[in-house]
Design a protein around this ligand. Structure first.
Ligand SMILES: *[C@@H]1O[C@H](CO)[C@@H](O)[C@H](O)[C@H]1NC(C)=O
Ligand SMILES: *[C@@H]1O[C@H](CO)[C@@H](O)[C@H](O)[C@H]1NC(C)=O
Length: 352
């Protein structure tokens, strides 16, 4: 197993040195790059590692509005890795500092970052992960603002976030893109910009554009799952209705999360400099109490100690300012929604 992993890492490192499927980080997204490297290299996803297995569903999923992006990535077997310029690094460093400067959603003293989330309340429970199907929107942001919908797992100083974001500081465009954010005792970064997630899919990069986005009449949502693989201690990222594995975090980058999570969270997060009105979150609507208007996380699940995806037992909603709200609808007993969380708001908050 260790050998397989070194092979994976070696292959990824080789790719980093020799290829950039994407080319220079720029206006083009990974999704629309037609220039493809010729050589194909077999990359072994961690699910093929001995000892890996997948979470069991305790009930069947029905998610009709999930969608895919097809055939827009690198050739089979190639994992796209962004090649970065000095300017990119500066911008990305800023984005990371903005994001990492605040951490605990229950402290409101970090200026400029706002949350509307539902989180687990029992810190003595061990979670093997969490998941939800999150509606994808395109909130408008300016300058260094960002606006995201995501899930998060945490244990001590370590946490992982995954979801969608509009973050021009990070991506140099206003598109709604997938993102991951990894925080450990030693580092914090988006996507692969520090020793964090290892991508495993060529056609579904970690910064892929998520389109189309939801409107009043059409909802588009994505499943996001973070799963702790107990036998080897790695965390695995699965997305889309097919739960495609697109990356994994090796156990050894964490101090606490390598032994599972004790906190899982679902909802929205925004940032803006405190002297400007803060950006919209989710759909921009705040608690009209309908998935037609509000951004949502449906089929909100934790993964329990025997690897079943189940409804979380103790959860609590939190938001730090009134301009953003999260509502924990609990189990709706409707197959398409089950445990439902609504989140969002118009923004416009100015001040500390
Ligand atoms: C993002 O959108 C804003 C508002 O429309 C615009 O001012 C800004 O130039 C856009 N930024 C990028 C990087 O496209
Ligand atoms: C996990 O959930 C499944 C399905 O509900 C249940 O049978 C199992 O006992 C649960 N495991 C734990 C450790 O609670």
């Amino acid at each position: 197993m260790a050998r397989t992993r070194s092979v994976v890492l070696l292959v990824l490192f080789t790719l980093f040195l020799s290829f950039s499927c994407n080319g220079v980080l720029g206006n083009r997204g990974l999704h629309n790059n037609k220039k493809l490297a010729k050589k194909t290299i077999q990359v072994f996803p961690p699910s093929q590692l001995k000892g890996s297995r997948d979470p069991q569903k305790s009930s069947s999923l029905f998610n009709p509005s999930n969608f895919w992006l097809n055939g827009k990535g690198c050739p089979d077997g190639l994992v796209p890795i962004r090649r970065t310029t000095k300017d990119d690094l500066k911008r990305i460093k800023l984005a990371t500092e903005i994001h990492a400067s605040k951490y605990n959603p229950l402290t409101t003293d970090k200026h400029g970052t706002h949350y509307a989330i539902v989180g687990t309340t029992d810190t003595n429970t061990k979670f093997h992960g969490g998941s939800a199907i999150i509606s994808v929107y395109h909130p408008s942001v300016v300058g260094t603002q960002y606006s995201s919908g995501r899930i998060k797992v945490q244990n001590g100083p370590d946490s992982i976030e995954v979801g969608w974001t509009v973050n021009p500081t990070l991506y140099k465009d206003n598109l709604t893109r997938l993102y991951t954010f990894t925080k450990t005792a030693n580092s914090a970064c988006f996507n692969t910009l520090c020793n964090s997630i290892k991508p495993v899919r060529s056609d579904m990069p970690l910064d892929m554009v998520l389109e189309p986005v939801s409107t009043i009449n059409h909802k588009y949502d994505w499943k996001f799952m973070l799963f702790w693989d107990a036998p080897n201690g790695n965390w695995r990222l699965k997305v889309s209705k097919d739960e495609t594995e697109i990356g994994f975090w090796p156990k050894n980058i964490f101090t606490s999360l390598g032994d599972g999570a004790n906190y899982v969270e679902w909802g929205g997060e925004v940032y803006g400099p405190p002297d400007l009105p803060s950006p919209p979150m989710g759909s921009g609507s705040s608690m009209l109490e309908m998935t037609r208007y509000d951004a949502y996380c449906r089929l909100v699940k934790i993964i329990n100690e025997t690897d079943f995806e189940v409804n979380p037992v103790g959860t609590k909603a939190f938001s730090d300012v009134n301009q953003y709200q999260a509502k924990d609808e609990g189990d709706t007993h409707e197959a398409d929604f089950q445990h439902l969380v609504l989140f969002g708001g118009p923004g416009g908050y100015t001040g500390p």
